[in-house]
Design a protein around this ligand. Sequence first.
Ligand SMILES: [Fe+2]
Length: 373
Amino acid sequence: MPSSTANGDNGTVRNASITKIPTSCPSCPTPLKYSGSLDHLPFFEVTPIIGREYPTVKVTDILNAPNAEEQIRDFAVIISERGVVFFRDQDDLNVPDQKRFCDLVGKLSGRPEENGLHVHPIYRDPGNLTMPDGSTDENIYVINSEAQKKIYKTMARKGMDEPKDLSREWHSDSTFETLPSDFSFLKMEETPLHGGDTLWCSGYEIYDRMSPSFRSYLETLTATCAQPVFKSAATAGGYEVMSPRGSPLNVGDEFAPSHPVVRTNRVTGWKAVFAGVGLHVTKINGVYNYEDQMMREYVMRLITRNHDCIARMKWTKNAAAIWNNSCVWHAATPDTHLVDGNRTGVRASSIGEVPYLDPNSKSRREALGIPLI
Ligand SMILES: [Fe+2]
């Protein structure tokens, strides 16, 4: 059911650059409610604001439970409220079950019916690394520092002689797609004794830390999320990019959608800053270059100067994390070259809805009645 259109016409919020922001999610018209089916599972919150860890839960037990659908739907709610959920010791979780869990979390929480798991655009690249058993799967992205170097070898890298600026690591998965990922599920198969931590930052909380007038302005904006590296990599490699990629709408090789800077999370109904910052965000539309730079630097400043908005995963062998890309950004820590040992993982991602902003949705703190101070 479309929401009211206080800021625009024809069911959209008006944007200065003519791009219109959808105001509802047709496949999930109202937020989901937690049913209590996970209350028997021990957990702890990673921080007061973001993250939860279930230290003893086996994902395979959830998949095989008599009320699996109810539990997985509740996990979707918890992941979306907390931003990211950690599991440990998933030694019995194979790739098909990892894919099934990720797919069901998206499917049972109201993603468009026709969607599925994301297919990486350059899956055909002969240089891609395989999974530890030597196989490949079009729905699995292999995490490996060597692979990362190959994938981004055609990307322009500026300032390589400058000190590191790790702010460039922050991103939301598949923002370069018309329909980006809702849930991503990463299992770390191997990890060094230390190094390679992943961080997640709450887009809900970054929104809550802005002044009401600035929030209102950002809500009128969209950003272009162009990622030309895939097309250039395919051209250089002499192969076609994969298409479609988890949705009939994720096709072609342009990779330059516009997304709302602030979006509503379909599961919680809460607002989060989304395309205001990140690796795949190219430009905020309809403003001058300096204004674009100023706004994105402000969002990044909030991320880097508010570490209480961040959950950090110290990976252990067979640990796993599942997060909701519409309300968190994440960043890997590229420090594993300093230690012995490999860092390899496998990730599946579900494809969600067209990002939207329901003008009647609330912030997380507004919805939960939590004062800012
Ligand atoms: Fe990622």
